[in-house]
Design a protein around this ligand. Structure first.
Ligand code: SAM
Ligand code: F3S
Length: 470
């Protein structure tokens, strides 16, 4: 069967869209491949939320040109937010791209992939031929998230498209449109289907997932999450991204009530200064954010609280920035994703007086020092414990290691003692990893067991030292 290679940049919505593209392609008779050399169709699913996401996507499309030059019958397709926003420029400047589909055109993209199917032969290129191609036509750069043998274990199910909140820094409502909530019956049908296909963790995704309203019944996100968490076939469920404005006491009660919900809340704070939050149009003050965290911590004391932060926003003073540092010390985020403000064409804040670039960079550096302290303290507390984590596959940075993600979203890496890289075993996807060290990016340790299900017993895995002795 011809291969399709899918590379995903950006947020959880793009992950969900890539899974949909993969599913359509499989139904049309393709197989998913993990190297661009093995594919007849290459899909780059792009992001435009910050300038560097845009630059990386263009860089990647450039890297893939060598493959297209070597094999002109291959199709290179670009989709996602950058495709939506930059279609004309892309058509002009990157002529080796065969087709461009915006975020609202996933169905058309699926149809095109299905229509191209008959152009490609029935059989795979042999392994040797593919190896030879990989040697002859090296592709520069590093791949971002690639859909592969383990991707189906984590299913991203879209609950809503778009966002109507129009934060003044954010491009999302401009490229993805306003809220469009999916009927709850459709969401549940997709969740059940993904579980049947082997998903071990369902992530309910939306830009502001907790603003969800079922268009038919008015049921809210707490209702939806509760129904999903009660599905007998479900192992784990999580959700991204929540907005503080819609984070209610009712939702907190749901989080506390269902043990199948992963103990991690991602609640972007963006800034610790109320005047900046106001200019960002975030719809909450820092005191309101604090009050919600207090309710949450009281009900879910062992949960990880994670966040997104922006520094160098137009008009951010030293005092505003100090308030962000102070809030980070106070809330002790288990993880914080920090960014320098990046002006986005067409958004209000891009038209305002900007801070000098160096100020943003310096503030990011200082902020990272503070948030890293909190993150490393959180990771260090895990040393000596054993966590059950869902496999991601061989580590991208070191193929002799396996990467997995714990329930609280912490990356965990351990030596691949059983040759997973050569022989993937996604049907035994839960790794029991004894944590031995903490790093800026997560934890490392040793695999001591593997389980078929989250609640199931683990098969013992011999440690590398024991193997050597035996
Ligand atoms: N819907 C989510 C929310 O309520 O915050 C997040 C959407 S956005 C795709 C993910 C993160 O990127 C944001 O939380 C924000 O921190 C960051 N971000 C968005 N626009 C940005 C910009 N123009 N410059 C820097 N960071 C930005
Ligand atoms: Fe963007 Fe704000 Fe919506 S960050 S996705 S406009 S909540």
């Amino acid at each position: 069967m011809p291969g399709i290679y899918i590379e995903t940049f950006g947020c959880q919505m793009n992950e969900a869209d890539s899974q949909e593209i993969a599913e359509r392609a499989i139904r049309a008779g393709y197989t998913i491949v993990e190297r661009p050399h093995d594919a007849c169709v290459l899909v780059v699913n792009t992001c435009t939320v910050r300038d560097n996401a845009e630059a990386r996507a263009y860089g990647r499309i450039g890297h893939l040109k060598v493959l297209k030059d070597a094999n002109p019958s291959m199709r290179l397709v670009v989709t996602g937010c950058l495709a939506e926003q930059d279609r004309d420029r892309m058509q002009r400047n990157v002529p080796h791209v065969d087709a461009i589909f915006g975020t609202q055109e996933l169905a058309r993209l699926g149809d095109a992939i299905a229509a191209w199917r008959s152009e490609f032969g029935e059989t795979d290129a042999g392994l040797e031929e593919a190896e030879e191609r990989a040697l002859l036509v090296p592709v520069g750069g590093n791949a971002d998230g690639v859909t592969g043998a383990y991707s189906h274990l984590r299913a991203f199910v879209t609950v809503q498209r778009g966002c109507s909140y129009y934060c003044t820094f954010c491009i999302v409502p401009h490229v993805r449109g306003r809220f469009d909530h999916r009927p709850m019956t459709d969401i549940l049908a997709e969740v059940e289907r993904r579980l049947e296909e082997g998903a071990r963790e369902i992530t309910l995704v939306g830009q502001t997932v907790n603003a969800y309203r079922d268009p038919a019944t008015g049921a809210d996100f707490a209702d939806l999450l509760g129904v999903v968490a009660e599905l007998p076939a479900l192992e784990r469920v999580t959700f991204l991204t929540s907005h503080p404005k819609d984070f209610t006491a009712r939702l907190v009660r749901t989080l506390a009530a269902y043990p199948k919900i992963n103990p991690r809340l991602h609640l972007p704070m963006q800034s610790g200064s109320t005047p900046v939050l106001r200019k960002m149009n975030r719809k909450y003050t820092i005191d309101e954010y604090r009050a919600k965290i207090e309710v949450f911590r009281a009900a879910c004391p062992d949960w990880a609280l994670t966040t997104d932060l922006i520094v160098g926003f137009p008009g951010e003073t030293n005092a505003d920035f100090a308030a962000t540092l102070e809030a980070c010390r106070e809330f002790q985020f288990a993880q914080a994703f920090s960014f320098v403000y990046s002006p986005r064409r067409g958004t209000p804040a891009a038209r305002w007086q900007q801070l000098a670039v160096d100020i943003g960079k310096e503030r990011l550096h200082e902020l990272n020092r503070v948030v890293d302290e909190g993150m490393v303290a959180y990771y260090t507390a895990k040393i000596g414990t054993t966590v059950r984590a869902l496999i991601n596959g061989p580590s991208k940075k070191d193929r002799t290691k396996l990467a997995a993600r714990a329930l609280d979203n912490v990356n965990v890496v351990a030596p691949d003692t059983e040759g997973e890289a050569r022989n993937p075993r996604p049907n035994e996807p839960w790794l029991d990893i004894r944590i031995e060290a903490a790093h800026r990016w997560g934890c490392s340790g040793t695999i001591v067991g593997r389980a078929r299900s989250f609640d199931g017993p683990a098969r013992a895995v011999a440690s590398p030292v024991l193997d050597l002795i035996a």
